[in-house]
Each structure stands twice: as structure tokens, then as C-alpha cells.
Design a binder for this molecule. Sequence first.
Ligand code: G1P
Length: 289
Amino acid sequence: MTVTTLVVPAGGLGTRFLPATKALPKEMVPVGDRPAIQWGLEEAVASGIHRAVVVTAPGKDLIRAHFASDPALEQILESRGSRELAERVRSIAGLCQLEFVEQLEPLGLGHAVLCARPLLEGEDAVAVLLPDDLFDGTPPLLAQLLEANARAGCTVLALRRYPRESISRYGVAEVAGDGPVFQVTDVVEKPSAEEAPSDLAIMGRYVLSREVLDRLDQVAPGAGGEIQLTDAIREVARAGRVLGVEFVGRLLDVGTLDSWLATNAAIVWRDPVLGPALRERIRELEAEP
Ligand code: G1P
């Protein structure tokens, strides 16, 4: 099973990040020197995927604009001698083959993937990446899941341990066996702390088999009244065809204002150019009266 296509759900309203995301798509907030969604696509490309279907919503045209080629801008940069910057701008449009589809109503993550399904015909499995979760590590998180999929040929979830108090923000997996690659025996979307079957939360990377894709239109509204991807995965997990990978590396959230601020600090702190510049600027600010 070779996975060649990525689905990027990017149709959410960004309500957890208002008012900053009233007009700006939350996927376009900058992290370091590029928008959050670009980090996600770069991770996919580094994992060997070269085609992505981005599921946007009406009014989120800035995402498409960011990945479109802009010869006029490149020419201006080159005429000013900024050849390296011109090359970086050019490389964004050439990152991978991008296709866009609109999710007309915010009906949930499962519904977003369902909107992409007409563009996934003929695919035995696809990768899914939620751009709210930014991965910083080696090998790329998606590559870690793809490796498990290449060996087992089934659906694969990314798992991370969370304390019981915060687990109800996530989908949670019931697992069997020893990690870091578990057999997932059941999944539940946003359970209460008491009902959670484990402390292993499902994070924003998936490899979904055709079986899961085919189930999406039979899923009834679940947690929060939304069509949940977790619910499409449940029966396949109960039938023994889902693995979960407790991955290595940092996963940084950019879905809320405070997590985005912290993620920017974490990413920029380690950046060889931006890091020293930030520390210098902070020293200057602290010296101000
Ligand atoms: C979604 C999924 C959830 C998962 C989470 C990871 O929830 O439905 O299972 O744990 O992403 O970020 P959302 O964050 O869209 O509420």
C-alpha cells in the first residue's frame, strides 16, 4: 500500500483563536517565518508525499493564494537583488501538487475528509494532517505513521500520552500490546476523564485505509453534533485493523492563542537565525524602563 496523497482539513472556523482569526484563516497564522499550514505540507513532502487535497471553506481564499505562484513578486525581489528570497517565494508554489475542495458547512473533521473523497478515487489509503498540530522532530511524524502502514497495510493513528485531566479534549484510543506500535482495539471521541479508555490521545496525523474512507458517509453526528473521523475509525479498530504509533518528537499546538504564542517561542528559540535575533530583542525590551 503506497500512500501518495494527503488530505489537509482546513475548513474550520478558528473560533478558539478569535478575534485574530475573524478574517485570517487560522491555518495562515505565522509560526516562525511561514504560515502554520506550510509547516504541515513541508512535513508531508519530507515524508514522501507529493499530492495534497486541501479542504477549505468559503472565505478562506488566502490559503490558495499563499501556495499560488506569484511571478510579479518574484521579479520585484530579483530586481532588488533579493535572489534568495525570490527563490524561497518560488519554492512555495512548487512544494507539491495541490488541489482544493470546499467544505460548505463546518460539520466536523469526518465531514471534511468526506468532502475530499471525490478526489481520492483509486487511492487504497491516504494520509491526513491537521495543520493545528505542528511537528518538530526527525523522522517526520507522518513518515513514522507511513512506515507502520507500509509494514501492516492498515489504518494508523498518531498517539500521545496526556494526563487524565486534559484527555477529554481529544479522541482517545483503547490499545492492546506493547508500544510504541499498538494494536488499537477501540476509539472514542472526546470522552470524559472517567470514561477515557486510556491516556493515549489521538493526534492530528492519520493514515486512513479505503475501508475508513468508505464508511464516512454512514457516520451519524457524534460528539459536539459533528461528523467525527474517530467514529468512522471505530468499527475498523474493533475489527482489528488499526494501529497506533506512540511517536517520537515534539508536537506543538497552534490552534489557540496561548498555544500559538508558546509554539512560536519554541520554534523561533531553536532557529539559528531567528533565535539569536529574538533573544537580543527580548534583552533590549527588558532593559527598557
Ligand atoms: C480532532 C479530532 C480528535 C483529535 C484532535 C487532535 O479534534 O476529532 O480526535 O484528538 O483533532 O488535535 P478537534 O481538535 O478538531 O476538536
